[in-house]
Design a protein around this ligand. Structure first.
Ligand code: NAP
Ligand code: MG
Length: 549
């Protein structure tokens, strides 16, 4: 590949990118339906039960046959990770950095094949599919870079001012042990690879469990790690239902730490389950969002409407960062609403592998049913459908889970759907009489993931000062609330959206995967030797002790 997909090429893709992607889709479509194992202790492992992983674009397409792993596989994987931990944790951090970089480079090399598989399995449009893959490599490079910039997190502290003693104090961040990573369907690559890369570079061994709907693409991620040559057991990959295999991983006595990205309810259950253990283990939780976009009377409405439509309907609204609430000041309400309607009506729904498609299908039958139920509920509550409100039918649409991009006005603010994460292409728009009212509504949810604002410079400062969210954007047409990119926007949430307060891809992230040990050494004073040993020169003995450190 002659170019690198970057934040800039995402918005202005070269022709070569389209050709590479089209070729990869055609090739992949000729090779669908193969069986893939789990990957435990360096080996492919097959379960007695299997399942067909079908495409939400066309449910006739069996993409892959995957393993329905159970509790015994969970145990096997956790034990393999335990066995591999001592050697991996003692592997020099520079060697770990090298291997993580090697895996990231393999991901980049396979970007078209991986992007094509992503579009077919998740229903993501082509640019978003390629973006998810590239972002994964970038997150892994970032963790490697952080290890390097911090010299492996080995750092000398001050010397204690003890008269007559020579003290050395070294702070070392060390890996915890066996780290579980559970990823969601919507960013199956980045939200597997970001945490896995951080855990591995820090010296933990890893067990990765993807969402059942997106097990195939994560298996292809696992193959990048396999081919990079991590020692057996350092990285393990298991597939199967969250409620059985997933729960067995959480309950495993081998677990020393975990990263979960997914819904609030499942994440909080994991948190509570782990709280019942004999001691506290670290849990990195990245949960849902109900992200507001606030539009002031002083906003550039062109930019605001472009950014909001992108963030409301990218990946069919199934982003934790989706703009699901829009709050508009009264004087510009009608104009903004008209622009939102016009821009949404131009969005193309269809096969996500096709170049012109913006919205693909939603992930599965449950999401599709939810969409219909939410629309019915909105209708009953007196909401007005500015656009959408229906699933798409006829022709290819009857084969997959296609839903119209739906903008709703006039839903009373006290309706539960103003606070509930629908995770679908449905966004509610409300009128406010002041920015303070908008802020009060914006912050009155349990979540605090992303937020967007459009207005003048003074208002922007007010917005950053008052909004309760971990990722915030002002005046951004590329996306009101979405489109964080490693190296530019570290990603994480406040309140019910996340547990650590430190964002992925940021300066404080890889440290979450390590615990600190302070090593204090006092240089031994000359020892008064017993008569027999008295002849040994004291100086030499001192040197030897120092070396042993
Ligand atoms: P989900 O239903 O909570 O599932 C997430 C993962 O948890 C899946 O791998 C699932 O496996 C597994 N799981 C389910 N029950 C489990 C259990 N008892 N023990 C262990 N694992 C279990 O979420 P999703 O529908 O895939 O993803 C959408 C959610 O993720 C949204 O709420 C979204 O906001 C959130 N999200 C947050 C971020 C962020 O960075 N904050 C990013 C992306 C997505 P199965 O698939 O087998 O059930
Ligand atoms: Mg599927």
């Amino acid at each position: 590949m002659a170019f690198k997909l970057t934040y800039a090429t995402m918005f202005n893709p070269p022709e070569e990118l389209h050709k590479g992607f089209d070729k990869a889709v055609a090739k992949l479509k000729d090779n669908l339906g193969k069986e893939y194992g789990m990957f435990i202790d360096g080996q492919d492992v097959f379960a007695d039960e299997k399942y067909e992983d079908r495409s939400p674009v066309n449910t006739d397409w069996v993409l892959a046959v995957m393993q329905k792993g159970n509790a015994s596989h969970a145990q096997m994987a956790m034990e393999a990770a335990r066995k591999a931990f001592p050697a991996w944790s003692r592997t020099p951090w520079k060697t770990r950095v090298k291997l993580v970089r090697k895996a990231a480079a393999l991901i980049e090399k396979r970007i078209f094949e991986l992007g094509a598989a992503m579009a077919l399995e998740v229903g993501k449009n082509r640019m978003e599919s390629l973006g998810d893959v590239q972002e994964t490599a970038d997150l892994m490079y970032w963790s490697a870079q952080m290890m390097e910039e911090n010299n492996g997190f080995i750092r000398e502290m001050g010397k204690d001012p003890l008269v007559g003693y020579d003290a050395t104090n070294i702070s070392v961040l060390k890996p915890y042990g066996v780290w579980l990573v559970v990823s969601p369907f919507n960013f199956p690559f980045a939200l597997s690879g970001g945490p896995v890369g951080a855990a591995l570079v820090a010296g933990n061994t890893v067990v990765l469990k993807p969402a059942t709907d997106t097990a195939w693409i994560v298996r292809l991620y696992a193959e990048c790690l396999r081919d990079a040559g991590f020692p057996p057991g350092v990285f393990n990959f298991v597939t199967g239902p969250g409620s059985t295999l997933g729960q067995a991983l959480v309950d495993s006595p081998e677990l020393d730490g975990a990263t979960f990205t997914g819904s609030f309810d499942v994440g909080m259950k994991m948190y509570r389950d782990l709280a019942n253990r004999n001691y506290v283990r670290p849990v990195v939780l990245e949960l849902g969002g109900k992200n507001p976009a606030i539009v002031s009377r002083n906003a550039n409405l062109e930019d605001a409407s472009t950014g909001i439509v992108r963030s409301a309907f990218g990946l069919q609204g199934q982003k934790c960062s989706a703009a699901s609430r829009v709050l508009v000041e009264e004087p510009v309400y009608d104009e903004l609403v008209a622009l939102l309607k016009a821009k949404t009506e131009k969005l193309v729904i269809g096969d996500p592998t096709e170049r012109t498609t913006y919205l693909g299908p939603v992930i599965n039958q449950n999401a599709y049913n939810d969409f219909k139920n939410f629309c019915e509920e909105i209708n009953q509550a007196g909401g007005n459908f500015l656009t959408g409100g229906h699933v798409k039918t006829g022709g290819m649409f009857d084969k997959g889970y296609f839903c119209e991009p739906t903008l709703v006005t006039d839903l009373p603010y006290d309706h539960r759907l103003w606070k509930h994460e629908m995770f679908l292409p449905i966004t509610t728009i409300g009128k406010v009489s002041s920015l303070d009212e908008a802020m009060q509504i914006a912050n009155s949810v349990n979540y605090g993931l992303t937020a967007g604002f459009y207005g003048n410079a003074k208002e922007v400062k007010w917005f950053f000062d008052n909004i309760e969210a971990g990722v915030t954007y002002a005046n951004r047409p590329q996306g009101a609330t979405t489109g964080a990119w490693p190296g530019f926007q570290p990603f994480g949430g406040w309140k019910g959206s996340g547990a650590t307060g430190k964002n992925g891809g940021g300066y404080y992230y890889v440290q979450l995967y390590m615990h600190e040990q302070i090593q204090t050494l006092i240089k031994p004073a000359p020892v008064k030797k017993a008569a027999k040993a008295a002849k040994k020169p004291v100086k030499k003995a001192g040197k030897k002790t120092a070396k042993r450190k």
